[in-house]
Design a protein around this ligand. Structure first.
Ligand code: COS
Length: 381
């Protein structure tokens, strides 16, 4: 069966997520953008709606959402507020290494915890000197008896200030480069783990990114996911899955800006007519609509491939790049269409534009996505 419409249960999920975004996120999005405070009220509601724990499988007590459902919901959440969306979506990012590589016991323990009450996990890959070159990580875990002793610094750890546990990527064998990387679950209360202060950002200010400092932090060896040396592969497989949810964020932010710009263009009178009457404006809106629709289809495709166990490194990188570049272009054009009003804080489009920028940067910059796409097409994929 081939079709482009969502099945009824996903249409219902989309409608429900839109209601959540409209009634719970939008009214407070400006407040959390200004204060940068942690939105406990929104995350409690996100838990009640099943969004914080969406990726927890049913046998671990969660809703076990498909990737397609996740991206359908994420588009709406990002429409509501990209900063709040990032906190919610990044819980799925942090859980995915456990989903991919955890033993049944590890899944029950770590994912089950997220299903019980509003709790956060955080994905910790980047380091001050290993961002795009993720394989160059130097954070080190040495095995001593039944413990790993961890030393090093991580950065840009989303939700890191509020997480109960971290999926930490670190080197267990520095002589092997990326092949010496491992993924270890680190509980927040680990002695020797210090959480740094939050990054003060241009946009998505409701989300939280911190540095993590490990000083002889001790973690039981049973917290290792899969085997030593599998960390880099786990990270890459995780990002293949989760980049579709970032793409969905791009679609949501772009759509939010498009709606404001379209409404404005139809009602703003200049030279005796709505500015939409000028092709200079209506063609900008036509291009926005075109790119948003294409972004959504690419996003759905990448998510559908994950759900059907089809390798999607190329498609998720394409979706992430296309949709988040679209978000940047559309939000910038929306500010332009609103002119001076667009640049003012009286309208949300200036926030959408600041928020969009981060989507082009996190979960792999769009330059790295092009590297992934280039490698894939070189290999004939
Ligand atoms: N799935 C499975 N395995 C993968 C993979 C994938 N998607 N991508 C790479 N691998 C494997 C390769 O097959 C290779 O295995 P072998 O050692 O057996 O050959 C190994 O991983 C190393 O791959 P590669 O040589 O391609 O690694 P590079 O160091 O060249 O880096 C990029 C690859 C740049 C793509 C990677 O470092 C990356 O994604 N960087 C961005 C990181 C990122 O997104 N950071 C944001 C964090 S979240 S805020």
């Amino acid at each position: 069966m081939f079709g482009f419409t969502l099945p009824s249960e996903l249409l219902a999920a989309k409608e429900r997520a839109h209601t959540f975004a409209e009634k719970i996120m939008r009214p407070v999005s400006r407040k959390y953008d200004e204060t940068g405070e942690w939105a406990t009220d929104v995350y409690q509601a996100a838990f009640d709606f099943g969004y914080l724990q969406a990726m927890v499988p049913e046998d671990c007590g969660g809703p076990g959402a498909s990737q397609l459902e996740e991206v359908v919901v994420c588009e709406e959440l990002a429409w509501g507020c990209a900063g709040l969306y990032t906190s919610i979506m990044a819980n799925g990012l942090a859980m995915t290494p456990v989903l991919i590589a955890g033993s049944p016991e590890q899944k029950k323990k770590w994912l089950g915890m997220i299903a019980e009450e509003p709790k956060f996990a955080a994905f910790s890959l980047s380091e001050p000197n290993a961002g795009s070159d993720a394989g160059g990580m130097t954070c080190r875990a040495e095995k001593r008896g039944d413990k790993y002793i961890i030393n090093g610094t991580k950065c840009y750890c989303t939700n890191g200030g509020y997480a109960d546990w971290y999926t930490l990527f670190c080197s267990t064998d520095p002589t092997k480069g990326a092949r010496g990387a491992s993924c270890i679950v680190v509980p927040r209360d680990t002695p020797g783990l210090v959480v740094g202060k939050a990054l003060d950002k241009m946009g998505q200010r409701a989300s939280n990114q911190v540095e993590l400092y490990f000083n002889d932090a001790e973690v039981p060896v049973e917290n290792l996911l899969a085997k030593e040396g599998m960390g880099f592969i786990i990270a890459m497989k995780t990002l293949d899955q989760t980049r579709a949810a970032v793409a969905a964020g791009g679609v949501g932010v772009a759509r939010a800006a498009f709606e404001v710009a379209l409404d404005y263009a139809k009602t703003r009178i200049q030279f005796g007519a709505p500015i939409f009457a000028n092709q200079a404006i209506s063609f900008m809106l036509a291009d926005m609509a075109k790119k948003i629709e294409a972004s959504r289809l690419l996003t759905w495709q990448a998510a559908w491939m994950t759900d059907n166990n089809i390798k999607n490194s190329k498609q998720s990188a394409i979706a992430k790049t296309f949709a988040t570049d679209t978000a940047m272009e559309v939000t910038t054009d929306a500010v332009q269409i609103l002119g001076g009003n667009g640049y003012s804080r009286d309208y949300l489009v200036e926030k959408f534009m600041r928020d969009a920028k981060l989507l082009q940067i996190y979960e792999g910059t769009n330059q790295i996505q092009r590297l992934v796409i280039a490698k894939e097409i070189q290999q004939g994929n």
